[in-house]
Design a protein around this ligand. Sequence first.
Ligand SMILES: *[C@@H]1O[C@H](CO)[C@@H](O)[C@H](O)[C@H]1NC(C)=O
Length: 396
Amino acid sequence: MESLARFRDHFRSRFSRYQDYTPLWTDAATLKQTSRRSVFRILAAVLVVLGSVSFNIYMIHKLVKRWPTPLDNYQHLNTHPLVSEEFFSTVPSPSAQENAVVTCMYTDSYATAIATLGHSLNRVNSTAARLLFYLPGSISEEALCIASATGFKPHPVSRIAPPHNGEGTHERFMDAYSKLNLWSLSDARIKAVVHLDADTLVLRNFDELFALPHNFGAVPDVYVGSHGFALEFNTGVIFARPDASVLADMREKMQTAVYDAIQADQAFLNQYFAADALRLPYAYNANLAIKKRKPEMWADLKHRARIVHYTLVKPFLAEADNSGKTPVPLDGLEQNVRNRMGEFDGAFGEELLDWLEIWKETYAQYGTVLTQCQRHGPLAPPVGESHAFGTLLLPY
Ligand SMILES: *[C@@H]1O[C@H](CO)[C@@H](O)[C@H](O)[C@H]1NC(C)=O
């Protein structure tokens, strides 16, 4: 208080131009006092503002310096297996009658990716049925033949249009809601499905997913940028228990639900299952973005990843923006992978070579069938909508 009084006196003597004048009327002193008081009020206000600003700076600083998430702070700690072998050995293997792995093909340029994905499932002895969803009329017979050469059975589905005539939906995702047909598989007596995006590759068996008692599961999404490790899940890998009544409910609710439509079905599913999704471990959707975001985490993930998701660089697509406009021919795939090795400063060289290795194995085993697809079109007559699983195009 004393120093404040001294400061006030100093302030008065410095800034009052009238300090040396003798007042001409008697109440001039009170007037002077009053104007001084308002000066102090302004000064007090300035001090309050300054105090508030510095308090805010302090709080923001504290917020920025808070602990990072355990994923951004990843350390090599837990080395125990992801699944309890003791428990899992009591669960029967998934049957092809009640369990299915599903992928979707919306453009021809993903055909070789799906052939490779199918072979990657063969390699790990996956026993579930395999269904290839496609929209009749949007895929060539050649592409359907290639995609189904390694075990996926073509399964035509009807298009599910985005709500509000696609307003706000990214043009690349206009057909993407068709993925929701997963839930209609209860009509084919399928009890559990694992949906894999066509840009995934299976490294290890994931049969344990079919034993989950939950109705919906997916892996949280990861972004390289500020969004980082997100709360929202990525729908590249989905575990679901099909139920046609759930599909009917989703189709109705998507007309009124409020969400950012740009990411189409993924955004809707995040909204629909917001509090109810089982968040699965990252090993079931090892998104390349993790490697860029937290290499230490990727190093551990690599040893246990069941499914790798080629999000940032898609080895089978020609364009750096992954637009998939021009399909890469069978004999151009190896060169295509090598062309893309340098992207993201070569961060994904190892993973791109993993994909190439499995593609080469696919070609070594199914090359004759694959080239026949190119030369003679499909091996079986076109698939009709009336067949529950479409006509089998089993080349082997
Ligand atoms: C798949 O099955 C074969 C034959 O039974 C076996 O030799 C191989 O080790 C199995 N592969 C995996 C990844 O389990």
